[in-house]
Design a protein around this ligand. Structure first.
Ligand code: BGC
Length: 736
């Protein structure tokens, strides 16, 4: 396919590429293959025909751009005009830090091929080339971070013939899910803030855009920006978007119109009307449209606690908001990047709520393509921060082993695991070769237990030594690589030996008398890489040691008891960050402290999961105290209200509270071992597996828990109840 571009520089605006097609006869079938550098839509005779949005999606563009295929039998059998409209999107507009533009190209371009097939099997193909014409576009500016300006009075003038673009990109057929519009949400309220600003509240923080249905005077303007929260006085607050302007601006044409941004998206709950041609705000003109990858919903959950139900809702919306083609950290500020750490932390929960196999197949494929020769994996994939250079960090780069393993656990697809296996090994080889100590990971700068509360206020790196965390993840990645290799029938003898050595070194250097310490070779780590308040005496040290099986068996109860005591002393509160939190409740349950795990989960005061729920959150917050009890807000420099990482707790709710544990990948065999708690009254958690719907339910009646499991025929479930009763069941509903 030829890549074509505009003969004139169209700056921040979008552009139309047109081609009139007259077929030599009447074809039986017409199909278009289209892609772009930027973000495109496909139109036939001026009418948009693609149902997906934000195509071609976001990949490691220098290595592969996805091509989408559209059936055009409904509109192009008789010929007509084909148009590809392209806006700047991820590839050309602002992305990454420091208002960086043009990451992959400094101009938009497209490549397309439209093929007609005749009854006799012959074909006729029209491809992008110099016989396409280019027109200016009513989308005058478009940018992922800054938003879009659309002038519907604009008469698109011709800019000339398309030029063959010398800048080309490797193409591949669509791998991931399509990105599509999802829920439509009407405003819950329109109001004037104390500052006198007109605000519309959609009642749900989400990713997508606002659609306008409006008839206003020709040339009049509706413009708004976006926010996730109001401040404590009830004013619109978007300081946390940092440099992202997230604007939408429409010039109306006097007719009845349906308008929405075409090449960008926003993370928001509120909009603020900056320009509005009417006296009274009419909320019925505004509809929020959620946008995300079109994954199949698989999970279901409810329980007797409205607050936990709300938490579940927030976790779900965290995923919807951040699974837009790439697993992102957040959808609103000047970031929206495929942070590997965030993805790693949340992947297991993600795979319970939705079928994310294809979604990860694509993203992990990009990760493998971007993995360094030496095995390093950057902080973000696609690597939009390559000029800034992210840290090659433990807990982030380990997404290279953890995500493939979790996707295998969820779907049992060996071929996919085999595809990812070289990347897993390379990552472990990278750690093995990194720095001075062979069996520890002492060197380099890491993000550590990001945003943990054992750091002084305002600091992002938690107190747990980053080299302790790095060495723990070294063991973890090694272990998962061994398990993957065994599942694939590969010889992993070298990695088995390595794993044993890493665990032995870890024990020697980080554990003494059943307590986490730093000693021996670990003292060689560079103190410059650690925050001054660094200490191994943290919740997260113990959590990782226990969860990754790094201590001697006799030390297990001691470490668990210390952890439990720390939490009790802290008023049943956690102090963990990104890396400790996902494992905290698991570790407590695994060591006989399930009651305490529930105490933390159900704790309504700061810090804990229900704190943000009580503050009215509708998605997961980046910080445990994004908005504090007194209504003050964390510094805007790093304060997202739609960060899914802490939503990883659903994996404990599903895996421990409901007790659904996968014992043979893909849910072929499961263990159903619920650990109920009367405070919830009842709980029902289900998943649509590849073998059918699996559900675990319990309910308290007269102080006694009763259980009901729904198990598809093709799944064998081992039932283990808290009172010791056991059963092996399959195909049916089973009550105890
Ligand atoms: C992101 C995080 C990410 C981190 C790296 C932040 O700016 O929003 O979620 O993992 O940087 O520590």
């Amino acid at each position: 396919m030829n890549w074509i571009k505009s003969p004139v520089d169209t700056g921040e605006g979008a552009v139309f590429f047109d081609r009139r097609i007259a077929w030599r006869g009447r074809p039986e079938h017409v199909e278009a293959k289209v892609t772009a550098m930027g973000v495109y839509n496909l139109l036939v005779n001026g009418v948009r025909v693609n149902k997906n949005v934000l195509a071609p999606g976001w990949t490691s563009y220098a290595r592969r751009v996805q091509v989408q295929t559209y059936d055009l039998d409904g509109c192009l059998l008789a010929g007509g005009t084909v148009t590809v409209e392209v806006g700047r999107g991820w590839g050309v507009g602002t992305i990454g830090y420091d208002n960086h533009v043009h990451h992959w190209s400094d101009h938009v371009s497209t490549a397309a091929e439209i093929t007609a097939t005749y009854a006799d099997g012959s074909r006729e193909t029209v491809s992008t080339g110099p016989d396409w014409t280019v027109r200016a576009h009513p989308v005058l500016t478009t940018d992922i971070y800054n938003g879009e300006t659309i002038d519907t009075t604009f008469v698109p003038r011709e800019l000339g013939r398309a030029l063959i673009d010398e800048k080309t990109f490797p193409t591949v057929p669509q791998i991931g899910e399509w990105i599509t519009t999802q829920e439509r949400i009407s405003p819950v309220k329109a109001f004037v803030s104390p500052k006198g600003e007109k605000i519309i509240d959609f009642g749900q923080n989400l990713t997508g855009w606002v659609e306008l249905n409006v008839k206003g005077p020709r040339g009049s303007i509706i413009a708004f920006d976006h926010a996730e929260i109001l401040d404590k006085d009830g004013n619109f607050h978007n300081g946390n978007y940092r440099s992202a302007k997230a604007l939408a601006r429409f010039v109306l044409n006097g007719e009845k119109q349906t308008l929405f941004p075409r090449f960008t998206f926003y993370g928001f709950r509120y909009i603020r009307l900056l320009e509005y041609p009417f006296e009274e705000v009419d909320p019925s003109q505004f509809t929020a449209v959620a946008v995300h990858s079109d994954m199949r919903r698989t999970g279901s959950f409810e329980c007797g606690s409205p607050l936990i139900d709300r938490l579940y809702h927030n976790i779900l919306w965290g995923q919807k908001s951040n699974y837009l083609d790439v697993p992102t950290d957040c959808p609103q500020r000047d970031e929206r990047l495929g942070w590997t750490g965030d993805a790693e932390v949340f992947v297991r929960t993600a795979a319970i709520q939705y079928d994310v196999e294809k979604f990860f197949e694509k993203w992990l494929g990009d990760m493998a393509l971007e993995q360094g020769e030496n095995g390093e994996v950057a902080g973000v994939v696609p690597d939009a921060l390559r000029d800034v250079r992210t840290r090659i960090s433990a807990g982030w780069g380990d997404a290279a082993t953890i995500c493939p393993w979790e996707i295998y656990r969820a779907y049992g697809n060996k071929e996919l695991l085999r595809k990812h296996f070289p990347m897993m090994k390379k990552w472990v080889d990278y750690i093995h070769a990194a720095g001075s100590e062979e069996f520890l990971w002492l060197d380099g700068r890491h993000y550590g237990d990001w945003l943990a509360l054992d750091a002084p206020y305002g600091k992002c790196e938690g107190a747990t030594p980053t080299h302790l965390i790095a060495s723990a993840f070294f063991a973890r990645s090694c272990e998962l690589t061994v398990r993957a290799g065994r599942a694939l029938g590969e010889d992993v003898g070298e990695y088995e030996k390595l794993y044993q050595n890493v665990v032995r070194s870890f024990r020697e250097c980080y554990i003494e008398d059943g307590r986490p310490v730093v000693k021996g070779a670990a003292l060689k780590s560079d103190p410059k890489n650690e925050p001054p308040y660094s200490t191994p005496d943290t919740q997260t040290s113990r959590v990782l040691i226990l969860r990754f099986g790094l201590c001697a068996e006799e030390d297990r109860p001691k470490l668990a008891k210390q952890l439990a005591d720390m939490i009790e002393k802290n008023g049943k509160h956690l102090s963990t960050g990104f890396l400790g939190t996902p494992h905290l409740l698991h570790v407590l349950s695994e060591n006989g402290y399930t009651k305490l795990a529930y105490d933390i989960l159900l704790n309504e005061s700061f810090p804990g999961w229900l704190f943000s729920v009580k503050q009215g959150a509708t998605t997961m917050w980046e910080h445990w105290d994004g908005i504090k009890e007194d209504g003050t807000i964390w510094p805007d420099s790093m304060n997202s209200f739609n960060h899914y990482a802490y939503g990883a707790v659903y994996d404990w709710i599903f895996g421990r509270a409901a007790g659904v544990d996968v014992t043979e990948p893909g849910y072929k065999r499961v263990r159903l071992a619920p650990e109920p708690d009367e405070r919830l009254g009842y709980l029902a958690a289900g998943i649509e597996t590849r073998f059918g719907r699996l559900e675990s339910r319990w309910e308290y009646k007269d102080g006694k828990a009763r259980y009901r499991f729904t198990v598809p025929e093709k799944i064998t479930a081992e039932v283990v109840l808290p009172d010791g009763r056991r059963d092996v069941v399959s195909g049916g509903v089973f009550e105890y």
